[in-house]
Design a protein around this ligand. Structure first.
Ligand code: BES
Ligand code: MN
Ligand code: ZN
Length: 496
């Protein structure tokens, strides 16, 4: 898909479909919609009067062969209440329009932004929305409908004086949207096509192409470094683990500057191990590497956007399998940090591999940490598939993240980290145990476990178990991997 910005008067743009959006208000035909109404001889006002255009959220009204414009079709999308309109709504509007038109065999689209929306941020949001909504999970389908694709997506409604800002946003949006889809491609892969070794190879190939430093630690190196927590999970699998390390260093690195450590859980398949999961729905555990894939995708974006801080990405990758060599409940291991861990449930494996990931990121020089993980089913109970769960140890660092989530249009919700919860994972036979002692708060005890390894370093944990995978397609997004939290973390790193 080619994305361009065109400042020519929108009435003169030859295209298969011209898209705009209207609000849910007593007269939805105002501003740019009124301009369009005038050109088309009062068409929109008539449709509004008849109730066909009401501006209701994601309502779509398609008109063929409209008069007064060069477009073959006009698509009006409802944007909901004007007071509630924000860049996140606009993303849904643009994404829904693209998917609606794509499914009808339209190849060329012009997306007309409204009066007041011709900014850098809007061009970025619309570009990201277009790229992210265009993603399909049909890689392994042999009966694909190859005629359904968007060839050219043009953003219009910008004056010549606004062009430079628009194009800047478009450029950023392209990098971020493509990176989000890169992540989603990884998450979409089934575990037979994406083992820890294959994930490491793909990360390495991306890093080399993007000009990033990369190091892949194999099982020997992992053992040498005494990453006992990662090894405890990996020991049950025939597939060896990998620790993926990708580093971005800015051109003029100042001594003492912030170094961001991004740590992502990459369990390429989670059977639960000896504490095995039920068969129903187990196939979904191929997405248990979404946290790692997100961090790798972020590095891809960062390489192009060139923030002023150093970023170290650490992704522990392994399978979690049962078998004769698998760890068993009650086993005690020593993590890389030296802390001992009693494994009470082998299905709480994400926090084990993150323990070594977080410790290693600190050892490599990270001053500020973020981890992302499909960590707990409990976060689905708390926040469903709507919000990412946020846990933090440092007010200022967490506030920065929450502000970035807002700017990037991703829903995130902070949960408490009171000291009382820490008691839940105090060990009976080792320093700590890998599950809480049956008092609820499963997502919080999971977070506290990881925090034990972050120590005093400002740290944030994102539990994306409920949000990294879309069970049902949305008008603006395909079913399957979402790539959630990539945009927020790119924004965070760019804002430092
Ligand atoms: N990968 C799962 C968490 C998960 C659940 C991800 C649902 C996506 C959807 C994680 O490794 C896990 O199994 N967590 C356990 C922890 C428990 C044993 C303390 C869980 O949530 O049941
Ligand atoms: Mn598990
Ligand atoms: Zn898991």
């Amino acid at each position: 898909m080619q994305i361009t910005l065109d400042t020519k008067p929108f009435a003169t743009l030859e295209t298969e479909a011209l898209v705009t959006y209207v609000f849910d208000e007593s007269d939805p035909i105002q501003g740019r919609a009124a301009e369009l109404d005038k050109l088309t001889g009062g068409l929109l006002a008539r449709l509004a009067k008849g109730g066909e255009i009401a501006g209701k959220s994601l309502e779509t009204t398609l008109v063929h062969a409209p008069q007064g414009v060069k477009a073959a079709r006009l698509l009006v999308v409802g944007a909901g209440k004007r007071e509630q309109f924000n860049p996140a709504t606009l993303r849904k509007v643009a994404g829904a329009a693209l998917r609606y038109l794509k499914s009808r065999g339209v190849h060329k689209v012009v997306f007309l932004v409204r009066e007041g929306d011709a900014t850098e941020d809007v061009a970025q949001a619309v570009t990201e929305a277009a790229i992210v909504s265009d993603f399909e999970t049909d890689k392994y389908k042999t009966d694909k409908k190859n005629d359904k694709f968007i060839e050219i997506f043009t953003i219009a409604g910008y004056a010549d004086a606004e062009k430079a800002a628009g194009e800047k946003g478009l450029g950023k949006g392209r990098i971020i949207g493509d990176s989000q889809n890169f992540t989603r491609d990884l998450v979409n892969e089934p575990s037979n096509k994406l083992t820890p070794r294959i994930l490491a190879e793909k990360a390495q190939a991306m890093a080399k192409e993007a000009g990033l430093a990369v190091e892949i630690l194999d099982e020997k190196k992992i053992a040498e470094l005494k990453m006992g927590a990662l090894l405890s999970v990996a020991q049950g699998s025939v597939e060896p683990p990998r620790m993926i390390v990708i580093t971005y260093t800015p051109a003029n690195l100042k001594p003492g500057a912030t170094v961001v450590g991004l740590v992502g859980k990459a369990v390429t398949f989670d059977t639960g191990g000896i504490s095995i999961k039920p068969a129903d729905g187990m196939e979904k555990m191929k997405y248990d590497m979404a946290g790692g894939a997100t961090m790798i995708g972020i590095m891809r974006a960062i390489a192009a956007l060139k923030p002023s801080v150093k970023v170290i990405c650490v992704v522990p990758a392994t399978e979690n399998m049962p078998g004769g060599k698998a760890q068993k409940p009650g086993d005690i291991h020593t993590a890389m940090s030296g802390k001992t861990i009693e494994v009470l449930n082998t299905d709480a494996e994400g926090r084990l591999i993150l323990a070594d990931g977080v410790h290693y990121a600190k050892q490599l020089g990270a001053t500020h940490l973020v981890d992302a993980a499909t960590l707990t089913g409990a976060i689905v109970v708390a926040l469903a598939n709507v919000n990412v769960g946020v846990f933090g140890s440092d007010r200022a660092w967490t506030d920065k993240l929450l502000a970035s989530a807002k700017a990037a249009g991703e829903k995130m919700w902070e949960l408490p980290m009171d000291d009382e919860y820490r008691e839940f994972i105090k060990g009976s036979f080792a320093d700590i145990q890998n599950i809480g002692s049956g008092k609820g708060g499963g997502s919080i005890t999971g977070a506290w476990f990881i925090r034990e390894f972050a120590g005093d370093t400002p740290w944030i944990h994102l539990d994306i178990a409920g949000t990294a995978w879309n069970d049902d397609a949305k008008p603006w997004l395909a079913k399957g991997p979402t790539g959630v939290s990539l945009r927020t973390l790119v924004h965070l790193v760019m804002s430092l």
